[in-house]
Design a protein around this ligand. Structure first.
Ligand code: ADP
Length: 396
């Protein structure tokens, strides 16, 4: 029995979960928010207990210090040597990392160099890795990439129809995201189908604040909706998804607030999607509450559903049919109206939903026995995938 930490470090936050392995038992979890800002908040949950404290945490190293002290203070560990592995989620692994990897100084350097592909995320991920390596030098550190699952995409899917040199010289291609989630839920779906994964065709819809849809054939990603960055694909909480790039120069020339391409990208990342169209919120719950009385909220809901349907339609074509469609993440797992509206437009494909099963809190099948494509709700568990990869790669 050993203890493994799964860590998801963002630019100003650090989410963590502590497991007993190989039992896969969650011992504790927590979140440190507002790192580098005033009044940082650290939350620790274990058993029925929850503690929240407001402190000033200057950087990731200090955040890790506080987290480790908390683990001792709550007797989640007695000695730091009990923590034998730390797994880190890293957003961009480029073409270099096709699977999870033990961190060496060279790997850490490569993660930093890949920051060009994820300027907000990779530097934060690297800061988290360094902080843990300094404080837990004997634990095995492992990096788990959001992009790794998508490195199996064929070139026809990952290349953009641009002059070749932008791919060969600049690395401009589709990389995708949410790989650990698509990997996990497609494997769970194969279990529910009762078939070896090699014989399955599955479409996975990870719809949370960020959202992506993936076509999975024989357990491998063959296409995914996110692109060079997580701005592409379906409409999201605050992100546009698919756009015509001609809008960029047009807006820069015609809108006084948008001075350059970065301004437009920031607007498309942070002020668009559900939030931008509705003018109310990026949270699907608030959109649903408002949509019967507010025309903009209604439109936001309809556009959101429309984009998801279109990508599912594309991937039914890419896979030439599918055995299963999976809904996961915040909206996919919890929103009955979103699932209902998405599936209502897909009946031509033989997809039939059972309204008695499509209820709040459901897990597993929500389609009818005669549905040509099985529809499943499967809660994602990215932290567990990270902990499992650490366990597999750990120096025993
Ligand atoms: P992230 O991409 O940040 O990991 P999550 O997968 O946790 O996001 O999803 C968060 C989103 O899930 C919230 O912004 C909210 O829109 C949505 N959500 C959560 N619960 C519900 C619900 N009951 N109905 C509709 N949407 C929900």
């Amino acid at each position: 029995m050993t203890k493994t930490l799964a860590v998801n470090a963002g630019s100003s936050s650090m989410k963590w979960q502590m497991y007993e392995m190989p039992e896969e038992k969650v011992l504790a979890k927590g979140l440190i928010e507002r790192i580098g800002l005033k009044d940082s908040i650290t939350t620790v949950k274990f058993g029925d207990q929850k503690e929240e404290r407001v402190l000033d945490i200057e950087n990731h190293t200090q955040a890790v210090h506080i987290l480790l002290d908390d683990l001792k203070r709550f007797h989640i560990v007695e000695e730091f040597s009990e923590i034998t592995g730390v797994g880190h989620r890293v957003v961009a692994g480029g073409e270099l990392f096709k699977k999870s990897t033990v961190v060496t100084p060279e790997v850490l350097q490569q993660v930093k160099e890949l920051s060009a592909l994820a300027p907000l995320h990779n530097p934060a991920n690297a800061a988290g890795i360094e902080a843990f390596m300094n404080l837990l030098p004997d634990a095995t550190s492992v990096v788990v990439f959001d992009t790794a699952f998508h490195t199996t995409m064929p070139e026809k899917a990952y290349r953009y129809p641009l002059p070749k040199k932008y791919y060969t010289e600049n690395g401009v291609r589709k990389y995708g995201a949410h790989g650990t989630s698509h990997d996990y839920v497609s494997k769970e779906a194969a279990k529910l189908l009762g078939k070896p994964i090699e014989e399955t065709k599955i479409i996975t819809a990870h719809i949370g604040n960020g959202a992506s849809i993936t076509a999975v054939k024989a357990g491998k990603s063959v296409d995914t909706s996110m692109g060079f960055t997580p701005l592409a694909g379906v409409m999201m909480g605050t992100r546009t998804g698919e756009m015509d790039p001609s809008v960029f120069p047009y807006l820069i020339a015609n809108d006084s607030e948008l001075k350059d391409a970065q301004d437009v990208v920031d607007m498309m990342n942070k002020k668009s999607g559900l939030l931008g169209v509705s003018g109310i919120s990026s949270d699907m719950r608030e959109i649903i509450d408002a949509k019967d009385t507010n025309a903009d909220a209604k439109l936001a809901f309809e556009m959101y559903v429309d984009r998801i349907q279109k990508f599912i339609g594309q991937y039914l074509a890419v896979l030439n049919g599918a055995d299963a469609l999976v809904f996961t993440a915040g909206v996919g797992e919890n929103s009955v109206p979103v699932r209902e509206a998405v599936l209502a437009g897909l009946t031509w494909f033989g997809i039939e939903i059972d309204p008695a099963k499509n209820v709040f809190g459901v897990e597993g099948e929500i389609s009818t026995p005669s549905s040509r494509v099985k529809v499943y709700v499967i809660p994602t568990d990215e932290e567990l995938v990270i902990a499992r990869d650490v366990e597999t790669l750990k120096v025993k």
